[in-house]
Design a protein around this ligand. Structure first.
Ligand code: ADP
Length: 450
């Protein structure tokens, strides 16, 4: 502001002096015209210097501004200061980018940025190692062209990236690669790729080990249990002090048998994929079968068991597995509800899922246990669970079965009030029985969306 005023004052003084001079020589207008022309020429000259300096400064951003005085000097200096600040900021950004690139180059995991058209934008050096992508040749290539596996294409376009995808590395058999994608910005994607061959090998070894041990234990347990039963049947020949230990041994042998059976089932669920040819399961029939198979348990504890099932629904899946999942939940509800309780089993469609819910008014579960209930051998109360003869594997089996059917288990519970276990089956697995051929069922019973 001050130099602007100085500049204005200078102009007024020059105007005054030239005015006096013009009056003296009697040519006021002519003198002012000359003064104005001189002003224009000086201004044009300074503009030209500014222009040339700016042009040169784009090539060499450290070029000092031309020396000048007054307002023009201040303009040059201000532009130079802004340039310096920008240079500092961009240097800082460059340093950050360099550091990010160096640190990501040291990682074994590949980070790949994919633009909104689905083309490769940037990747670290692990990207080249794991997927064989080369810079700059593969830049802007479509990612689904580089990873040519229909499972990857489906995963990439699904935009549901809650789970990771494991596949054999492109062109390298026996190497397992895990892909995980996250959406960011304007529909861009960050893909994280890692080599999980070793992890997968260990995981397979674990599964094989558990499967083999369970299988090997089967025969000794059967023999052991058989002899024990024979001894117990002839208990009168034994000293009475052996009666209690024998009965306890029989109970524990039975538990061991159950654990081995459940472990074998879990191993089978983990290692064998669901067959392509699946069953068309009438859910109402399946539920009434479970009802009659568990009836004795409910009678023993004087529970009330109510069923509310959609009569028309058919689920596509493995019948024996769904039977096992639902009956596990029903047996648990009966086990963990004190006598004279109420257990409800309902199977109903809602907007998003077909829900099979088992609700009880039993002991309930504290909130802190809920996220861990489906882990193997996790029990809320170990003593109570062994009293009830549980293996701690039931809910893990339920979870695996549901996962194989693209479904989920939702658990809610309140201590002292009861629990609800809901199997959320996707509607893609649901069809309705064709009721038109069944005169016993009238049209009005059909759902409106059929
Ligand atoms: P278990 O064989 O011990 O019953 P599960 O895997 O079936 O093993 O269940 C894990 C734990 O979850 C059980 O030990 C029990 O503490 C708890 N649980 C399962 N179902 C219920 C229920 N309906 N009510 C209360 N607790 C339950």
């Amino acid at each position: 502001m001050s130099s602007w005023r100085t500049e204005l004052n200078r102009c007024l003084i020059i105007l005054g002096i030239t005015g006096i001079f013009g009056l003296v020589i009697g040519e006021l207008l002519l003198v002012w015209l000359f003064a104005l022309a001189a002003f224009v020429v000086i201004s044009l000259y300074q503009l030209r210097r500014l222009n040339f300096w700016l042009l040169d400064a784009t090539a060499d951003n450290k070029l000092e501004p031309p020396e000048s005085f007054g307002l023009w000097g201040e303009i040059f200096d201000a532009i130079y200061r802004i340039q310096k600040q920008e240079r500092k900021a961009s240097q800082f950004l460059e340093q950050i980018i360099d550091k990010a690139q160096e640190s990501s180059a040291a990682l074994e995991m590949a980070f790949i940025m994919i633009n909104k058209q689905g083309n490769l934008d940037w990747w670290n050096s692990a990207g080249e190692k794991l997927l064989g992508i080369k810079y700059p040749e593969d830049r802007n290539q479509s990612v689904t062209n580089l990873i040519r596996d229909p499972r990857f294409t489906e995963y990439f376009h699904s935009e549901n990236y809650d789970k990771t995808l494991k596949l054999e590395a492109p062109g390298v058999s026996k190497k397992i690669i895990e892909y995980q994608i996250a959406l960011f910005g304007e529909h861009e994607r960050l893909m994280i790729v890692r080599d999980v061959t070793q992890l997968q090998r260990l995981e397979n070894m674990r599964k094989d080990f558990v499967g083999n041990v369970s299988h090997e234990l089967g025969t000794p347990i059967t023999v052991f249990k058989g002899y024990l039963e024979a001894i117990i049947d002839n208990m009168e020949e034994l000293d009475p002090k052996w009666e209690k230990p024998m009965l306890q041994m029989k109970q524990q042998a039975h538990r061991m048998e159950n654990i081995v059976r459940d472990l074998l089932m879990l191993t089978a669920l983990e290692t064998k994929t669901l067959p392509k040819q699946q069953d068309e399961i009438e859910i109402a029939k399946l539920i009434s079968e479970i009802e009659s198979d568990t009836q004795q348990m409910f009678l023993d504890k004087s529970h009330v068991f109510t069923i509310d099932s959609d009569e028309t629904v058919i689920i596509t899946g493995k019948r024996s597995e769904l039977y096992s999942a639902i009956s596990n939940l029903v047996v648990n509800a009966a086990k963990y509800t004190p006598a004279n309780g109420t257990i409800k089993l309902s199977a109903k469609r809602n907007e998003k899922f077909f829900d099979i819910a088992v609700e009880d008014n039993g002991i309930g579960i504290e909130a802190q246990h809920l996220p861990r209930l489906t882990e193997r051998f996790y029990r809320v109360d170990v003593s109570r669970s062994s009293e009830t003869g549980g293996t701690g594997l039931g809910l893990a089996i339920v979870k695996h079965i549901l996962m194989r059917h693209d479904a989920e288990l939702e658990i809610s519970s309140e201590v002292g009030k009861g629990s609800a276990f809901v199997c959320k089956i996707p509607l893609t697995r649901i069809t309705n029985k064709d009721l038109s051929n069944n005169p016993a069922i009238s049209e009005s019973m059909l759902e409106p969306n059929e």
